[in-house]
Design a protein around this ligand. Structure first.
Ligand code: M6P
Ligand code: ZN
Length: 195
């Protein structure tokens, strides 16, 4: 990650909604099947992919807009189309470390679902296509699933101080997994929850 600038004046950056790229780009993270290995339900399918070389699942670019007393971040994510077994490509998903921090997600391109769930198990899902904006309330874990044939591009706006807590989702997943059944995206009860 490049040094994060601290702005004292209004600042503008270039953003390409078709690729999710910023100019200048301060941070780019590639997330591959190996980074999400424990999160997909079909472990033999994960191992088969890893045995043949890793595969890119999504790219994340964050642009922090930091001033002396604010810490807004604009993030863009491009989830490439594909499946691991029958489960669609998805983000890792996370809670915020702080339970008072919401987030706005705006789908620019593609189709899929935004899964959200509280620690107490209130599960909500938003069907996504270009133009949908979802407000994720504080204390809801969030994950985006790309069920389309092309890339799913979305923008996120959040406070850097919110923090990312990946461990609970990595350990248990969400209440439902989204898989392809008879050519259609289908939500099935997460087998890791009933074990
Ligand atoms: C959005 C924001 C980022 C997040 C990214 C990918 O851009 O919520 O904070 O990092 O999505 O999601 P994850 O971190 O769950 O892989
Ligand atoms: Zn978040």
């Amino acid at each position: 990650m490049k040094l994060i600038p601290i702005y004292s004046k209004p600042v503008s950056v270039e953003f390409d909604p078709t690729t999710g790229e910023f100019n200048p780009c301060l941070e780019l993270q590639h997330r591959r099947v190996s980074d999400l290995a424990a999160m997909f339900s079909d472990q033999p399918a994960v191992q088969a992919i890893l045995a043949g070389g890793d595969r890119l699942v999504y790219d994340v670019r964050n642009h922090p807009f930091i001033t002396h007393n604010t810490d807004m971040v604009l993030g863009t994510t491009v989830i490439y189309p594909g499946k691991v077994g029958t489960e669609y490509h998805m983000t890792k998903g996370h809670f915020h470390q702080r339970d008072d921090q919401p987030e706005l997600y705006h789908c620019l391109q593609g189709e899929g679902f935004l899964q959200m769930e509280t620690r107490a198990g209130d599960y909500q899902v938003a069907a996504w296509h270009a133009g949908v904006i979802t407000h994720i309330p504080p204390a809801y874990a969030h994950r985006v699933v790309n069920t389309g044939a092309g890339p799913l591009v979305f923008v996120a706006c959040f406070h850097m101080a919110a923090g990312h807590d990946y461990a609970p989702v990595a350990a248990r997943g969400f209440k439902f997994v989204i898989v392809e059944r008879d050519g259609q995206p289908t939500a099935l009860p997460n087998p890791r929850r009933s074990a």
